[in-house]
Design a protein. Structure first.
Length: 207
């Protein structure tokens, strides 16, 4: 199987995983499925971001315990369109623009987040963020919550214009694991003052 077919298979598995998450009536059970599936894929799949020599001993991404209080419902407010271009190495420049900003995170997390639309063929929603744990308890470049082009899609806007953001599904970009990747990181406007102790975290060093 060549690398392109392997990547196709990886993307299919991620898309199927997020379909199962969206379909589940039990958010905590869906989160456990997310943790278990990602651990298996990171260890066994040839497209894993983990370096090949490290995969046999890799125990899976480390996460905070599931916290239902960090499953939050927000309104989406319109924003002035802002165009952003990010260099992503051999993949060239990534163009995206702002299209909405959350309303409903400030009280819990000390800020709101802007959602981006990645341009190009098809396009997709992208929601990166950083918070008070970035660089200490979590990856310094921030984490992703939505990246629909790559299958990380937790749902759609409801008829009442609300969106559920479950930060327990926050994850590191691939560049957190390997210098083979160049990833778009959280813009300065998407830095939360509060600590999001949910989702993927740095491993706890054993003394």
């Amino acid at each position: 199987m060549n690398e392109t077919i392997q990547l196709w298979e990886w993307r299919q598995k991620i898309a199927n995983l997020y379909y199962e998450i969206r379909s589940s009536p039990d958010a905590a059970a869906a989160w456990r499925l997310w943790c278990d599936t990602r651990s298996t894929m990171f260890r066994d799949h040839p497209q894993s971001p983990i370096e090949p020599a490290d995969r046999t001993t890799f125990e899976g991404p480390t996460t905070f315990p599931y916290d239902p209080s960090l499953r939050l419902t927000v309104q989406l407010a319109p924003v002035t369109l802002e165009q952003i271009t990010v260099a992503t190495g051999v993949d060239g420049d990534l163009s995206m623009h702002t299209f909405a900003r959350t309303s409903g995170l400030e009280a819990r997390l000390g800020g709101e987040l802007t959602l981006y639309w990645i341009e190009g063929y098809g396009g997709g929603v992208f929601l990166p963020f950083a918070d008070a744990t970035s660089g200490t308890e979590t990856y310094g470049g921030g984490r992703y919550l939505l990246d629909t082009i790559k299958g990380a899609d937790l749902g759609v806007v409801r008829p009442d214009s609300t969106l559920v953001l479950d930060f327990n599904f926050s994850y590191f970009p691939s560049c957190a694991y390997s210098p083979r990747y160049v990833c778009p990181l959280a813009p300065s406007g998407n830095r939360l003052k509060g600590a999001v102790r949910a989702g993927e975290r740095l491993p706890i060093l054993k003394g």
